[in-house]
Write a new protein. Structure first.
Length: 441
């Protein structure tokens, strides 16, 4: 089987005024046809000449660069990754520093695979992209691609008009010198997707090609064949990033201007004055137990100054110290915060603020009342209470005893549900010297 030249000059050569020595094989055409019998399947087909290999390889690299999406992550570098986050506990910041050192060492000496496993917003993608950018800076070829996007590109490559054929694209991705797969486990769980991912990972597993994988899924829940590759201790270094979502709003991080906790930063379990009261001792135990395992709702009620707010703030400070998201706010300030969101005509600010408050993992409402609240304010409070009731989201409420009995049927129906709500009456009087009497409830 031989090759013969095409007989029509390329437009590039025709238009160029420069004298370029034509390729001895194709005569400068760039394409050749095969000298085969008329009944051969390749008869009449044009094939790229060997002189075009560099241009073809460049086009392939450009295509890989486009699907790799590294340009969108150029700002994610090791020097932009924070290893000290305000609001995280000391052990969590120490964990960040350890993870940073481990991943940066891998970037310099990429031996085997690196698996970053953790929740949303824990920094997995930032570190994976930082590895990719480091490799690019060293002049190495890198493919960075989210798994769902990769599968979409593979599906498109099946079409007749695809820029790169399926076989070519799949071979190039699975054989690329350095591959970063982001968000493994977020793809549609079809048999085709699972098979393609296994073929890709198995090839890189067999050839021990450097690969970084990020996932928020439990590895134990992945396809058994893929799981066996990822869990090979001789190949893969697994980094568990058990950290909170850095991308959450300031409310969930406990750093919102809405939070009142800064005013009560000195109120802890350790300095709660029991005043030789067995009732206060029991209240402290309830608060400590809730802080250790925030399930359901805990409502403290009593006279002003009896210690309700101290215990609620102690719970909040306990969560803040451990880096757990929560919001501590007085009801009056909460309503002002929501009202201020109504100033924007489109109402987006109000909706955003309302959603943040009702969905925060732990909500602590101090000085709850509806006696002087407007119809709008009462409705917003009930919507927050009702949402958290249906979603079973933990909450702590402090309330003056007289206000507890005047909330109205809708609130009472939620607060009296003993399956979710514990109401504790603090019988101690005003610590600051006010009346020690309490109204009956």
């Amino acid at each position: 089987m031989g090759l013969k030249r095409e007989t029509t000059p390329t437009s590039a050569n025709a238009e160029s005024g420069a004298k370029v020595e034509p390729c001895p094989i194709c005569g400068g055409m760039g394409y050749v046809t095969r000298d085969v019998p008329i009944n051969h399947p390749d008869f009449g087909k044009a094939f790229a000449c060997v002189c075009q290999r560099d241009q073809i390889a460049e086009r392939r690299r450009n295509h890989l660069q486009r699907i790799s999406n590294m340009s969108a992550y150029r700002q994610f570098r090791f020097d932009t990754f924070q290893t000290t986050i305000h609001g995280l506990a000391a052990d969590q910041n120490a964990m960040l520093g350890y993870i940073y050192d481990l991943v940066s060492f891998y970037a310099q000496q990429p031996d085997g695979w690196l698996l970053l496993q953790g929740g949303y917003g824990s920094g997995k993608t930032h570190l994976a992209a930082a590895v990719g950018n480091y490799q690019l800076d060293q002049g190495h070829e890198v493919v960075f691609v989210t798994v769902p996007d990769l599968l979409d590109h593979l599906r498109v490559s099946y079409s007749a008009g695809a820029e790169v054929s399926y076989d070519d694209l799949f071979m190039r991705v699975r054989s690329t010198p350095f591959l970063i797969l982001d968000d493994l486990g977020t793809e549609s769980p079809t048999a085709w997707a699972g098979e393609k991912l296994f073929q890709l990972l198995n090839h890189r597993y067999v050839h021990r090609l450097p690969t970084v994988v990020t996932t928020n899924r439990a590895i134990e829940r992945m396809d058994e064949r893929i799981r066996s590759r990822l869990l090979d201790e001789n190949l893969t270094r697994i980094v568990h990033m058990n950290l909170p979502d850095f991308r959450r709003g300031a409310i969930e991080q406990g750093q919102s201007e809405l939070s009142n906790l800064a005013l009560y930063g000195d109120m802890t379990f350790e300095n709660f004055d029991l005043r030789r009261s067995s009732n206060l001792q029991r209240a402290l135990e309830r608060a400590r137990n809730f802080a250790a395992n925030p399930q359901g709702w805990l409502i403290f009620h009593g006279v002003h100054g009896c210690g309700k707010t101290h215990l609620a703030a102690a719970i909040a400070n306990h969560h803040k110290a451990s880096g757990q998201p929560m919001l501590f706010v007085t009801v009056a300030d909460l309503l002002d915060y929501l009202r201020s969101g109504m100033k924007e005509e489109d109402g987006l600010a109000l909706n955003r603020r309302f959603k943040e408050v009702r969905q925060v993992p732990l909500l602590i409402l101090d000085d709850f009342h509806t006696k002087t609240a407007s119809a709008w304010a009462t409705e917003k409070l009930f919507q927050i209470i009702d949402y958290r009731y249906l979603a079973r989201l933990p909450m702590v409420i402090t309330i003056f005893s007289e206000n507890l009995v005047s909330l109205g049927d809708r609130f009472e129906s939620r607060f009296k549900d003993r399956r979710i709500c514990t109401i504790f009456e603090i019988t101690a009087g005003d610590y600051h010297g006010g009346t020690s009497s309490r109204p009956s409830s």
